[in-house]
Ligand binder design. Sequence first.
Ligand code: CA
Length: 353
Amino acid sequence: MKRRNFLNTLLGLIAGTVVSKKSYALDRRQWKMVTSWPKNFPGLGVGAENLANLITKLSNNRITVRVFGANEIVPPLEVFDFVSQGGAELGHSGAYYWKGKSPACQFFSSVPFGLTPQEMNAWLYYDDGIRLWEKLYSRFNLIPRPAGNTGVQMGGWFNKEINSINDLRGLKMRIPGLGGEVLAKAGGIPVTLPGAEIFTALQTGAIDATEWVGPYNDRAFGLYKVAKYYYYPGWHEPGPSIECIINKDAYQSLPEDLKVIVDTACKAVNIDMLADYTAKNNIALNFLKSTNIEIKKFPDDVLKTLREISDSILSDISSHDEITKEIYLSFTEFRDNINSWTEISNKSYLNIR
Ligand code: CA
């Protein structure tokens, strides 16, 4: 009798050990991150890599994240569906690529004449931005987090001068998304091309002009070798947020501390990428100034017309459905309100520096 009790206790102890070892093993997760960028691409791809490393290290390997560049598992524009369906737990991309899912997605990357990176973070973190973004993405089984920003972009590369809005007529320009829609209304012909094809298209004259990102990324593609004029500012992308999308089931399966780790890693990369772009854009701009290109500002009346067209396109989008209207109203109200503060803070300071 005694012996049987002893054996039972022993078996119980062994079983207990097995169970606790098993639960420890279950607490380790191997996650995949699919991205819309070539692996380790300056700025964007480096940001994805940093995010994966941070989650892995901060969690002490309880989540190990492996990054896959564009086309390694899925093409760059299928990241959203793949993470939504659970093919990967994480995605690193830009929300405006998903305008086919909902036109409202575009407000969470960048819209023409929208928010600067500083204002965008204010809307996302301390106004309704993230709450509305989560609401929009929840129907796709995704949780979104800001995870990078390229800063204000450049207006693009041209081989003829833009002196009036009429110079945009018939202009075949690589400019995706809402910026492209604005160009079309101004009489131009927008073209969407993946980054890797831009150089050859401009060189062969398949396109007349292109935008890409800013000096850091544009120099890497060698665009200064095939265009005469580099125009600013990037009215169409004044500081696009880069997103980390998390499969909702995967996120909800995490204990509280791991959720905080994933969220905090996204926040860290959000700041880090903007600092990377700001520092490297400056270095690349100095290089570009030493080449034969001319750096020019769009004329004020051209920008004014583009602004008017942009406002009417955004307002058209808002009638798409209820949630798009809600997001449009939150975004535009925030932009119009923050303007009065930005005007007397950043803008007036930069004007006197
Ligand atoms: Ca761009």
